[in-house]
Design a protein around this ligand. Sequence first.
Ligand code: NAD
Length: 267
Amino acid sequence: MKKFDLAGRHALVTGGAQGLGAGMAAALAEAGAAVMIGDVQEGKGRDTAGGLAATGAKTGFTRLDVTSEADWASAVAATIATLGGFDILINNAGIEVTALVADIEPESVRRMLDVNILGTALGMKHAFRAMRPGGAAGKGGAVVNVSSVAATIAFPSIAAYSATKSAVDRLTRVGAAEAGRLGYGVRVNCIYPGLVATEMGLKLATDIVALGLAADVNAAVGDVVAQTPLGRLGNVEDMADAAVFLCTDAARFITGIGLPVDGGMGS
Ligand SMILES: NC(=O)c1ccc[n+]([C@@H]2O[C@H](COP(=O)([O-])OP(=O)(O)OC[C@H]3O[C@@H](n4cnc5c(N)ncnc54)[C@H](O)[C@@H]3O)[C@@H](O)[C@H]2O)c1
């Protein structure tokens, strides 16, 4: 038996070429949704979509830089044309640049603001316009934004990143309030993933060592595990299942929340 049922739904996953996004795309497809991968990495994104197609999923790839309004317009159009609809957006694309507050560089902060905040905001904008009554897809839907446990704790070396992920939390709540009150038929929620050993997660662990905050990568990971009541790092499937749940009808009365998926680290 399937864990979740999203048969007949049509999803766009940003940053879906690798890591958490690729895992969320696979989990959506496993639940029966048609899935479009949107990413700036064209080769990898096409390969990831090809892997989903090999399992029998209806899928495609669209080149999407989430900071570009023009890219959003074409990605939504491509999703509707390829999949036959658009009712799920996973706003997952994000970047992280590690720095102590004393060493913050304006250009790194601007890049994170652009991708993590503007990218998420534009995703909600284009999803709302397409999904609301009268929109190009017009059947309502669900948006899941990917925040971070970093929005709920004070973790040294990621101050600016944490600030952008706190912003994702607020974007989620205001977006949910507007979508609900204005009758868009779109639910908006976010998840706060704990540390996962993706490319981004592993880079953070090595950065922490380079900054002298941990003796080696094992110690860096050990510190996180020690702060996690469930006693392990999260994995891609943990995050994917939570995101898929928020898209299903089982979550039909849930909007405007942030769901920690962190083994209790942020509680
Ligand atoms: N890995 C973790 O420990 C962790 C924890 C909490 C939250 N997160 C969040 O989860 C999300 C995914 O992280 P990940 O670990 O899979 O990272 P990752 O670096 O492995 O993958 C990120 C993906 O986003 C894409 N991307 C980057 N900039 C983009 C842009 N402008 N437009 C479109 N795509 C873009 C990349 O090409 C890549 O495919 C991010 O938002 C991240 O902040 C990750």
